[in-house]
Design a protein. Structure first.
Length: 62
């Protein structure tokens, strides 16, 4: 998959972002490619970086 293909199929997604007390919560609109998430060696459910004031919890709906 090309970089543009990855960006278009994985990163640019519709969803809902909500601000909870101690975290951000994002629900991602499903796409057919999501079936590949089960085979990924990386976790995409909790995202934390040193520059973030609170973690981002991601929900991938099937």
């Amino acid at each position: 998959m090309s970089i543009d293909g990855f960006r278009g199929n994985w990163l640019v997604r519709d969803g809902l972002l909500a601000n909870a007390n101690d975290r951000w919560e994002m629900t991602v609109k499903p796409r057919p490619y999501d079936v590949l998430l089960a085979h990924s060696p990386f976790s995409f459910s909790v995202i934390r970086h040193s520059w973030m004031d609170k973690p981002l919890f991601v929900t991938w709906k099937p």
